[in-house]
Design a protein around this ligand. Structure first.
Ligand code: ATP
Ligand code: MG
Length: 362
């Protein structure tokens, strides 16, 4: 069943239209991540769903009900922001129960819900403290708790972890995933962090300039990006882009010639016929290149190690290859001195091919 449905949404601030003709259906129980760089319209879209912004045109449905003109409190949603927005003078317990008291819920029910939220989020020992006596991660847990006690259908998160340091962020990320696994609520989660998106999402909607570029599961987004923007945004370091044109390899099969060298496209599943001479961009992820290893389907390419960046588990090499720089990931146990000549093979079944002009996947 559809949980949240956004239909032909338009949102303008005065003369400036931020979202236009935006459509998005989110399934019941789905964890949907809105991903994109700063200013692409993620918060605007979330705030439209929450009812914090009056939309210019279109409709919003939650659980089949048209809520376009409903107040935020009547939409069955709970929202968690980047800034925790806790009441500083109230204890954690009061912060959790305040909204329920205002809604005149019986005290017994309030106590039950606060206890349950405290247990799920493991903040029981903190209930008598004030927000100033908590760490950032604890404050954010209380903020999540405030949405939790309301027993809502849909959780909306706007960059809830971005004020936390890296270690805490990854810890709380796991907790949010666990929360979703146990509650099974619909969650819409805004972030500009691709790792959060890949780790948490059932589906990612990746946005640019107010437009959803691709809506798919993380695996599809990573392995079959729909265009060069998506391909370049996801993955760190970014996918290598090699500009060239379609030609034939020694055996007469389709290939890409880039920087004077030939990459056989054997094993690549193109969605259309590859006409010789077409200008294309070949996309290769750093971990899909083999260095000095047997195997691989295509030609062997010579390259020179320029920089080596050991990263513990991985070793990232920046190579000079056919007139461009290429990032390649190898095992951390393998070390390469700058200036070393290496032999590369490419697995084209894992590559991406884009039209050079439209930048769309071929
Ligand atoms: N109240 C406003 N008046 C005018 N323009 C606005 C207003 N709020 C947002 N915008 C503009 O709308 C665009 C989208 O903003 P939005 O806050 O949705 O971006 P975002 O994707 O959430 O970015 P960030 O990652 O920085 O939070 C931006 O260009 C922003 O400048
Ligand atoms: Mg934002």
């Amino acid at each position: 069943m559809t949980s949240v449905s956004v239909k032909d949404l338009r949102l303008s601030f005065g003369q400036v239209t931020v979202l236009d003709q935006l459509n998005l259906d989110i399934q019941e129980g789905e964890f949907l991540v809105l991903l994109g760089s700063s200013g692409c319209g993620k918060s605007t879209l979330l705030n439209c769903i929450a009812g914090l912004l009056d939309i210019t045109d279109g409709q919003i449905f939650i659980n089949g009900r048209n809520v376009t003109w409903d107040e935020p409190k009547d939409r069955g949603i709970g929202m968690v922001f980047q800034s925790y927005a806790l009441y500083p003078q109230m204890t954690v317990e009061k912060n959790l129960s305040f909204g329920l008291k205002v809604a005149k819920m019986p005290q017994g029910e309030i106590d039950k819900r606060v206890a349950r939220a405290a247990e799920i989020l493991q903040i029981g020992p903190l209930l008598k403290r004030k927000p100033s006596e908590l760490s950032g991660g604890q404050r954010q847990r209380v903020a999540i708790g405030r949405a939790l006690v309301r027993d809502v259908d849909v959780f909306l998160f706007d960059e809830p972890l971005s004020n936390l340091d890296a270690k805490l962020r990854s810890e709380l990320r796991v907790e949010i995933k666990r929360l979703h696994q146990s509650l099974k609520n619909t969650m819409i989660y805004v972030t500009h962090d691709q790792i959060e998106a890949l780790t948490l999402a059932d589906r990612i909607a990746i946005m640019k300039g107010g437009v959803i570029q691709q809506l798919a599961d993380p695996n599809t987004i990573y392995n079959a990006p729909k265009n060069m923007f998506v391909a370049g945004f996801i993955g760190s370091p970014s996918m290598n882009f090699l500009r060239g044109e379609i030609a034939a390899d020694a055996a007469g099969r389709p290939a890409v010639v880039a920087g004077g060298v030939t990459f056989s496209l054997d094993g690549y599943h193109a969605g259309e016929t590859l006409v010789p001479g077409r200008k294309v961009v070949l996309g290769v992820r750093p971990e899909h290149v083999k260095v000095d290893e047997p195997g691989g389907t295509g030609e062997v390419h010579e390259a020179t190690v320029d920089i080596e960046e050991p990263m513990g588990a991985d070793n990232l090499l920046w190579l000079k290859h056919a007139g461009h720089t290429m990032a390649v990931r190898t095992a951390g146990s393998r070390r390469f001195s700058p200036g070393t000549r290496v032999r590369l093979t490419f697995d084209m079944t894992l590559a991406s091919l884009f039209d050079a002009e439209s930048e769309e996947r071929i």
